[in-house]
Design a protein around this ligand. Structure first.
Ligand code: GLV
Ligand code: GLV
Length: 322
């Protein structure tokens, strides 16, 4: 009998994904719930036919070399794949897959969660109460900014940006969007209006980022952009940390150049720029946009199906380096 395919999973995932893989493959999983060191990763991938990786694993040429020429696919458990060197993968003939679609709602919903939490000072208010500071209702207590009827600026209108923007209708918001291309279908279905970046930044009350991390989107938002934004504006980032110059963000939040920020991602994750966590006008979350039970199960199943398809000699459904 033909030997079973040998798959390494770099971090424990919800059981359905593991069970799916085990029906077709020998599966070994990182026994510890932590990111592997580079040395551990290089040792662990050796001789595998496929690897199920996390966005916290740096998958570069050294990793492909360590895996060996029999290794066909790295299935990244994320929609983003900026942690993977696609050129090295292409040179080595390794297929790379991601987990789009199944996390679109969860991620867009978390961007909304951050928008509400920041605008209405939810975390600050909760903390105030828990610290025993609440003396009763007050006309000036913890005033936030209104959401309904305001202008929403969406930068990056892929799957997640479009989903996020479509939900603005419930709050009667005017939606401006910016992307490298205009999307007439999206405009028609949501009423969103295309704007150049400067106009969007100048006119929006909320600016939400939904671009992938690429050389062209690194530090897309920094001091020049904060200068253009309203001083009542709120920045939301659920994309990738380096899209924002975090040091310049801290300065803009301190000086009141913008009103607040809601962040799920950081420039040097898991490190935070000094001063950021001390600010009360930010809501900071530990990269949990796709973290619902349902979505994480589905991401696991998508990654597992991509691996099994590759093993069976098919083109995996979510191949990103065709
Ligand atoms: C999470 O950040 C992802 O890319 O899925
Ligand atoms: C990711 O799913 C995106 O296209 O926004």
């Amino acid at each position: 009998m033909k030997r079973k395919w040998n798959v390494f999973v770099t971090r424990m995932l919800p059981e359905p994904a593991i069970n799916y893989l085990k029906a077709y493959c020998e599966v070994e999983i990182n026994p510890e719930d932590r990111v592997l060191s580079k040395a551990e990763l290089l040792a662990a991938v050796k001789g595998r036919d496929a690897v199920l990786s996390q966005l916290t694993d740096i998958i570069d040429d050294a990793v492909f070399a360590a895996a060996g020429p029999q290794c066909k696919v790295f299935a990244n458990y994320a929609v983003g794949y900026n942690n993977v060197d696609l050129e090295a993968a292409a040179r080595r003939g390794v297929m790379i897959t991601n987990t789009p679609d199944v996390l679109t709602d969860a991620t867009a919903d978390l961007a909304w969660t951050l928008l509400f939490a920041t605008a209405r000072r939810v975390v600050e208010a909760d903390d105030f109460l828990r610290k025993g500071k609440y003396q009763g209702w007050g006309p000036m207590l913890l005033l936030g900014v209104e959401i309904t009827g305001k202008t929403l600026g969406v930068i990056g209108t892929g799957r997640i940006g479009q989903n996020f923007a479509s939900k603005a209708k419930a709050f009667s918001m005017k939606v401006l969007y910016n992307d490298i291309h205009r999307n007439l279908d999206f405009e028609k279905t949501t009423g969103a209006v295309y704007a150049d970046k400067e106009t969007l930044l100048r006119e929006s009350d909320f600016v939400s980022l939904h671009v992938p991390l690429l050389p062209a989107t690194r530090h897309l938002i920094g001091a020049p952009e904060f200068y253009i934004m309203k001083n009542t504006a709120i920045l939301i980032n659920t994309s990738r940390g380096p899209v924002v110059n975090e040091q310049e963000l801290v300065a803009a939040l301190k000086s009141g150049q913008i009103w607040g920020a809601g962040l799920d991602v950081f420039e040097n994750e898991p490190e935070l720029t000094p001063g950021l966590a001390e600010l009360t006008n930010v809501v900071i979350l530990p990269h949990v946009a796709s973290a619902t039970v349902e979505t994480r199960i589905n991401m696991g199943l998508v990654a597992a199906r991509n691996i099994v398809a590759a093993m069976q000699g098919e083109v995996p459904p979510n191949l990103v380096n065709r």
